[in-house]
Write a protein that binds this ligand. Structure first.
Ligand code: BES
Ligand code: MN
Ligand code: ZN
Length: 509
């Protein structure tokens, strides 16, 4: 699908369909009024007659539009103007795209960027419109022999107000596309089945994404290299599997100063979690192919970074393994020495995410990171605590936690913080090793984070538990692409912060 910016009046632009916002009070935007005039008040008559009430997310198609450049007009209800929020604007645009997907049109013009939305400029709205276009028209058909049943538009034009800087518009369009495509990549990787999406597949994907771009350096550690280093905790998880484990590391240098400390994103990449010898019940086990959604979100964010090129240094890491039961699998009670030297008693082989992440966290020390954020489908307990709306957030640094919460708010991809108090740590006391890998039923999400925190003592660190937010179950089963929105916003905010502090030091000089 091709995206482009159009500054001509939407009243005159030739297109198969123009999409126009209508407020519930009946008012039209500036371009809406022009279109209404061109069509001899066709639009306002429909509204005055009460045929279209413009409730939030409702759409109405005028199949003919004599006088307009467009062959059709799709009206989109925005609800009450003074109650319009980012989330409602997103919902309305999503509804418009869903309607367009059913129309089998070659090209459409989206004239929603001048919708009155409090505190948001045209750039913000255009970025969101481009992002939502990407995610709305996403179809996962890799394994459908007939492909997609929908005839989606080949070209989408976005109206940009003539009196505004069109390079700003181009930038917003690009950023929105980058974020949308990043989310979609995360969904695709999540949706791919475990027999295709293996640890090696994740490594190949990272190599493909970064291969031709000199801003990136990718290294893949195989089992031998990890054993050499002493990553016995990570390796213990894949011991029962025919699929070899991998540690994927992608360095990105975007900052003017290549020695600027990097921010690290680390994803849990369990490409299938059977539970191992502590086998999970059979029902719904297919959903454990989504246990690599943390890794998928890291690669999705990498895709967006590849396109946006923020001026910061980053390291993307993925700890990838398949958790299977077999005669070579690790058993409850087995003890392993981690890369840090600390020993772990594996009381439950189904608490494997923390076992792969802890060694990757220790490995991250070598980058002397400015911060480390791990993203993991870590605990079923997080679904009980926060349901499917909020990602769990735990951190050893309140400023980092605040930055992630804020990014989640902005991107409508919200997280909620849980406490990481010292008192919870004793639940991990082991009789035989330095710690055990489970903390019992109470506060399961917190004790999992407590485990990780023991390997993150040397840097600012936050953990995102996405067990409840990474995919939908039931009829709409599929990966959501969360928390790519949060992560990209977090990185863009870091870039702005960096700009500000370097300006400060510039002016001090
Ligand atoms: N991948 C699961 C967590 C999970 C379960 C995410 C269901 C989403 C839906 C993780 O590896 C796991 O099995 N965790 C155990 C930990 C327990 C053994 C302490 C859990 O949550 O039951
Ligand atoms: Mn598990
Ligand atoms: Zn798991």
């Amino acid at each position: 699908m091709n995206f482009k910016l159009v500054t001509n009046s939407p009243a005159l632009t030739e297109t198969a369909c123009v999409v126009l916002p209508v407020m519930q009070e009946g008012s039209l935007t500036f371009s809406g009024q022009a279109l209404d005039k061109a069509t001899e008040s066709l639009v306002s008559q429909i509204i005055d007659r009460g045929d279209f009430k413009a409730k939030l997310g409702k759409t109405f198609l005028l199949a003919f539009a004599p006088g307009a450049g467009a062959q059709r007009i799709l009206l989109v209800g925005m609800g009450k103007e003074d109650q319009l929020t980012d989330a409602k604007f997103r919902k309305a645009s999503q509804a418009a795209y869903d309607h367009l997907a059913q129309l089998s049109l070659h090209d459409c013009l989206i004239a929603l960027a001048d919708t009155p939305l409090k505190n948001r400029d045209s750039s913000w709205k255009l970025r969101l419109l481009a992002e939502v276009a990407e995610t709305s028209f996403y179809r996962f058909t890799e394994f459908k022999s007939q492909g997609s049943q929908d005839e989606l538009p080949a070209e989408l034009s976005f109206h940009w107000p003539e009196n505004q800087d069109s390079s700003e518009g181009e930038k917003a369009l690009q950023a929105g596309q980058a974020i949308g495509q990043g989310k979609n990549l995360a969904r695709t990787l999540g949706n791919r089945p475990g027999n295709i999406c293996t640890p090696v597949h994740l490594a190949e994907t990272a190599l493909e994404l970064t291969g031709k771009d000199s801003a990136f350096t990718t290294s893949i550690l195989d089992e031998e290299q990890m054993a050499e280093l002493g990553m016995h905790s990570l390796l213990s998880v894949g011991k029962g599997s025919a699929q070899p484990s991998r540690l994927i590391v992608v360095e990105y240098k975007g900052s003017k100063n290549p020695d600027d400390k990097p921010h690290v994103l680390l994803g849990k990449g369990i490409t299938f979690d059977t539970g191992g010898i502590s086998l999970k019940p059979g029902e719904g086990m297919d959903e454990m192919k989504f246990d690599m959604c943390g890794a998928a979100s890291v690669l999705g964010t990498l895709e967006a970074v590849r396109q946006i090129k923020p001026k910061i240094n980053l390291v993307f890491m993925i700890a990838a393994a398949e958790n299977m039961p077999s005669s070579t699998a690790s058993k409850p009670g087995d003890i392993y020495t981690t890369l840090s030297g600390k020993t772990v008693e594996v009381l439950n082989t189904d608490a494997e995410g923390r076992l792969v992440l802890c060694d990757a966290l220790t490995y991250a020390e070598r980058y002397n990171p400015a911060s480390v954020v791990d993203i993991a489908t870590l605990t079923g307990a997080c679904i009980i605590a926060l349901g499917h709306q909020a990602t769990g957030l735990l951190s050893n640094d309140d400023d980092l936690a605040a930055a992630l919460l804020k990014a989640g708010q902005k991107a409508e991809d919200r997280a909620w913080q849980l406490p990481l108090w010292e008192e919870f740590q004793e639940q991990l006391d082991s009789n035989f090793a330095d710690m055990q890998n489970i903390g019992g039923r109470p506060a399961g999400t917190i004790t999992a984070a407590c485990f990780l925190s023991r390997f993150a003592e040397k840097f600012r660190w936050a953990h995102l538990d996405i067990a409840g937010t990474a995919w939908h179950s039931g009829k709409q089963k599929g990966a959501t692409g969360r928390p790519v929105g949060l992560l990209v916003q977090y990185l863009l905010d870091l870039e702005t912060l960096g700009d500000q502090s370097s300006e400060e030091t510039d002016s001090e000089q």
